[in-house]
Write a protein that binds this ligand. Structure first.
Ligand code: PAF
Length: 285
């Protein structure tokens, strides 16, 4: 595995590639990330992973400084998974000067749900991903990037970004990986105490229950969805969680369900805080 830090080094390492396959990450890699690498590997002629904790997508009170950085373990996992090139820019390599040009995603898609509770998050994500795409794919006829569906809204926002800017990059979704008790794997699970870790699966159980209720009420969902969501949030609150949202949306645009939207067209999404850890999860239904 070739480890590079600067954009010129990365471009030199990829000089003979015509179709890179790319998995961007913030490091602290777990089986969720590694499954994306395995999925991406056969889709290109060079497998590239980036590790960069992107300051632009964190709010001032969020965990940028404490975000787990596990360089040695990450390198070993990537080597074992068959990564060809690891791009690990330092902050000055990616942002040599303040990043004053930004990618502003469509507010209809990006200012709701995660964007409502983390204002500016998707601008930070789109800006860094555009820059990473330019570093990896500039001059290539085509490319593939794999994003985990655990970050469902992020995946949709980035898919739209690529469409609207006509980038020759295919955005491929990667399935959420789960622990034995069904908790979605996430770097932030490492913040949970033992008791919180045992409780954490309740977010996905509450989403499952909401999905079940939504499908059972499919015919009247546009009238009922807010009441079903309120019930789901109250159930988690009663267990000591602080939910930001638990909601039923259309898969295509994350807007509330309309008459006729049923199984196959919907997704349930949730974000909730357990102690000081904020977890997210979703299921397509
Ligand atoms: O999902 C992530 O880990 C990050 O948001 C990403 C896409 C690597 C951008 O920093």
């Amino acid at each position: 595995m070739h480890i590079v830090h600067t954009i010129p080094e990365l471009r030199a390492a990829l000089a003979s590639s015509r179709q890179p396959a790319f998995v961007p990450t913030m490091g602290n890699l777990h089986e969720g990330h590694i499954s994306l690498v395995r999925q991406a590997k056969p889709l290109g002629d060079a497998m590239v992973v980036s590790i960069f904790v992107n300051r632009l997508q964190f709010l001032p009170h969020e965990d940028f400084d404490s975000y787990p950085r596990t360089w040695e373990a990450d390198c070993a996992k990537l080597q074992a998974a068959g990564c060809d090139v690891l791009f690990a820019p330092r902050e000055a390599d990616l942002y040599p000067e303040p990043q004053t040009f930004k990618v502003q995603p469509d507010p209809q898609l990006a200012d709701i749900l995660e964007g409502q509770f983390r204002p500016g998050f998707f601008t930070g994500v789109c800006t860094v991903v555009m820059k990473l795409f330019s570093a990896v794919f500039a001059g290539k006829p085509q490319g593939v990037a794999v994003f985990g569906q655990k970050d469902y809204q992020q995946w949709l926002v980035l898919r739209r970004m690529v469409q609207q800017f006509a980038l020759p990059i295919e955005i491929v979704p990667g399935q959420t990986q789960r622990a034995a008790d069904a908790l979605a794997l996430s770097s932030r699970n490492g913040y949970l105490s033992e008791a919180e870790r045992a409780e954490a699966v309740q977010l996905s159980l509450a989403l499952r229950a909401l999905a079940h209720a939504a499908l059972a009420a499919a015919d009247t969902l546009p009238q009922q969805w807010q009441a079903l969501e309120a019930q789901a949030m109250q159930a988690l609150q009663a267990r000591g969680w602080q939910p930001d949202y638990l909601t039923v949306r259309r898969r295509s645009d994350l807007l509330p369900p309309q008459t006729g939207d049923g199984s196959g067209a919907l997704v349930v999404l949730g974000a909730a805080r357990l102690g000081s850890t904020r977890l997210i999860d979703n299921f397509e239904i």
